[in-house]
Design a protein around this ligand. Structure first.
Ligand SMILES: [Zn+2]
Length: 120
């Protein structure tokens, strides 16, 4: 008798599981395109080196060879300060003239957009 009582109980449990699955299938529709809302577009800057680089400009989508500018950074000023401290003051302008002591800024020659920088 006891085994007969248990069997219907398990059948009831299975039917309860089935209704849970059916409910889940009703909540989560399949084969529908996933729509993402409020997503941010992340633009990754291309890797650039110390020299001019040929690449596709992320702004105007043209194949260009970047124009470079050199700008002094904190390290440039530290080198100049060290030269001044060690009585090499005639050479104080050397870090500001030497490209290897400054950052390289890459820009698009066509749209003048900033593409990236190479920091030393
Ligand atoms: Zn461009």
């Amino acid at each position: 008798m006891a085994s007969e009582r248990r069997q219907p109980a398990s059948v009831v449990e299975k039917s309860a599981d089935r209704t849970d699955l059916q409910a889940a299938a009703a909540v989560i529709p399949y084969n529908q395109p996933t729509v993402y809302r409020n997503m941010a577009t992340i633009v990754v800057a291309p890797a650039v080196g110390p020299e001019q680089t040929q690449l596709i400009c992320p702004n105007c989508q043209a194949l260009v060879r970047t124009t470079v500018e050199h700008r002094a950074n904190t390290r440039t000023h530290i080198y100049a300060l060290l030269l001044c401290l060690f009585f090499c003051w005639p050479c104080i302008c050397l870090p500001y003239c030497c490209n290897s002591c400054r950052d390289t800024i890459h820009k698009c020659p066509r749209c003048k957009a900033f593409i990236g920088s190479y920091q030393r």
